[in-house]
Design a protein around this ligand. Structure first.
Ligand SMILES: Cc1cc2nc3c(=O)[nH]c(=O)nc-3n(C[C@H](O)[C@H](O)[C@H](O)COP(=O)(O)O)c2cc1C
Length: 510
């Protein structure tokens, strides 16, 4: 199969041109916007400007940011259909988070083929087009599930439930590996079994919101992202499309509940079911959707207080069109909630280390630094000591950033930041300031003298030196990202100053 990525650009376009006249294409169904499947959409649009791109609301938003040009679009929801004529009636199945936020499946009623993009795929290739030989693909099928689908087991179960409403499918056409035809029920069944086992074992937050209302979708996604950074699963549930029994079941297995206020017209029934199902061991967080007709957060907040449910973050109020600052606040609020739910696990991990090993590892030392970053008008900062030079040509350094740090969102490939070096004998005030527990969305620079670097990030006036960095790559470790960055510029404020050194006693903490 030829993949629509830049690497296979010419091969893909030539093959397509041999099969179809570009001016005759009416629709391009975008199953999801992951670059290995969507990287050549711009090239197709150049040859076929008449095309209508068909995708979920989130996919179309991503495409706007990615294509930077006008295009005809059709936003589709679960159950929507697109009749192409000749019996080819396409039906769409929403499958968010499998393994991209905007994934959807497409069922052709005529051919009974279900196009699933990544779902049910595997990284396997031989001369057979179909799944005749199950033994040959077993291991790769499971590996692919474990890596790409397992982390969103609950979303897999939700998608399987929606797939259950379709007429029988004869073939599953995935975007990776063989087409599934001979063993469909066995292979789909494995997804169900694995996901059920996974979902039972994990800590989960049920995030209720009203889809397609105000900014509910975007705000919910930002909070879900923040929660997921802590390794906690999130089940996103549309309050408008769920029945009371489903609400009761999800709340029953959740450790935390987040609610985006729905419009008043749907609020009563949905919220009273929710309230009846919640118990005092759970934590809760509320946010407005900004739809103009939101149910107020305060009566609901009072009711949760009466039941004795702990509030994970203060209600998020939407007074104007949300910008990056609100989305950052949502992300950080989600992380706070996730950290609260995983606090026992964190303490257990810290205590788990053998005493001698812990002390020996504690002899590894590093300097003391403050990372500062600005992106899209929002800033962040963090104290770091797991920092090391990593290359000379080009000049580069590595930093280990815990997966649930607020600043993690500012350290993706292409992002720029400053590494401020703290000075021996003069680091305490800055260290103390940046180690404070900041509320979600708080300005971390209040009372701190800064000036802007060429890359836009704040330089700390009290730092001994600073380095302007750009993230080039990231390596995933179990609980940290190793962020490798090149260094473009730097300056020392005092020629004789020494870097503050951090001597530790134990290895299981910084
Ligand atoms: C001495 C010291 C060194 C630290 N070094 C790192 C580090 O290298 N990487 C990291 O992710 N966190 C490090 N931390 C933890 C963060 O600085 C701190 O917990 C964080 O600012 C709070 O999380 P938040 O910014 O996500 O709210 C260090 C903490 C201390 C006390």
């Amino acid at each position: 199969m030829i993949r629509p990525t830049k690497k296979f650009r010419q091969l893909y376009l030539d093959t397509l041109a041999g099969l179809i006249d570009f001016t005759q294409i009416d629709y391009l169904v975008v199953s999801h916007t992951e670059p290995d499947h969507s990287g050549l959409i711009k090239d197709i649009l150049q040859r076929s400007p008449q095309i209508t791109l068909v995708g979920t609301k989130v996919a179309i938003q991503f495409l706007e940011d990615f294509l930077h040009q006008p295009f005809a679009r059709m936003v589709v929801k679960n159950g929507d259909r697109l009749n192409l004529g000749n019996g080819h009636d396409l039906e769409f199945v929403a499958a968010p988070n499998l393994h991209w936020p905007d994934t959807m499946l497409t069922y052709d009623h005529k051919t009974q083929v279900l196009y699933t993009c990544d779902v049910f795929g595997l990284h396997f290739c031989d001369d057979q087009l179909y799944d005749e030989n199950l033994a040959l693909i077993n291991a790769d099928y499971q590996l692919y599930y474990d890596c790409l689908m397992g982390p969103n087991a609950r979303s897999v179960l939700a998608a399987l439930k929606r797939m259950g409403d379709l007429p029988p499918y004869r073939t599953i056409a995935t975007g990776h590996g063989p087409l599934l035809h001979h063993h469909i029920s066995e292979l789909v069944g494995r997804y169900r079994d694995w996901s059920q086992a996974q979902a039972k074992a994990e800590t989960m937050v049920a995030l209720f919101y009203a889809a397609d209302y105000g900014y509910g979708d975007e705000l919910a996604q930002a909070i879900a992202h923040g929660i997921a950074k802590t390794g906690v699963a999130v089940d996103l549930i549309d309050l408008k499309a769920t029945d009371p029994q489903e609400v009761i079941e999800v709340v029953g297995s959740a450790s935390g509940i987040v609610i985006g206020m729905p419009p008043q017209s749907v609020a009563n029934a949905a919220l009273s079911t929710l309230l009846a199902a919640v118990n005092s061991k759970q934590v809760v967080g509320l946010f407005e959707s900004g739809g103009g007709d939101d149910e107020s957060v305060y009566p609901l907040r009072n009711k949760f207080q009466e039941i004795g449910v702990r509030e994970a973050f203060a209600p998020i109020l939407i007074k104007e069109t949300p910008g990056n600052a609100i989305y950052q606040l949502c992300d950080e609020a989600g992380t706070d909630l996730g950290q609260w739910l995983t606090r026992d696990r964190t303490v257990k991990q810290m205590k788990a280390l053998d005493n001698e090993l812990d002390k020996a590892l504690g002899r590894l030392s590093g300097g003391l630094y403050i990372i500062t970053a600005e992106k899209g008008g929002v800033s962040s900062a963090m104290l770091a000591s797991w920092v090391s030079q990593a290359s000379t040509k080009p000049l580069g350094l590595s930093i280990a950033v815990a997966k649930d740090r607020a600043i993690e969102s500012f350290m993706h490939v292409g992002d720029r930041f400053i590494l401020n070096v703290l000075e021996e004998g003069n680091y305490q005030p800055l260290m103390r300031h940046f180690l404070k527990r900041f509320a979600p969305g708080a300005d971390r620079f209040t009372g701190i003298k800064t000036y802007p670097a060429a890359n836009g990030s704040p330089i700390l006036a009290e730092a001994l030196a600073y380095l302007e960095c750009e993230v080039v790559s990231r390596m995933e470790c179990p609980d940290h990202w190793i962020v490798y960055s090149t260094v473009d510029a730097g300056r020392v404020s005092k020629a004789e100053g020494l870097t503050a050194v951090h001597h530790r006693k134990v290895g299981n903490h910084y």
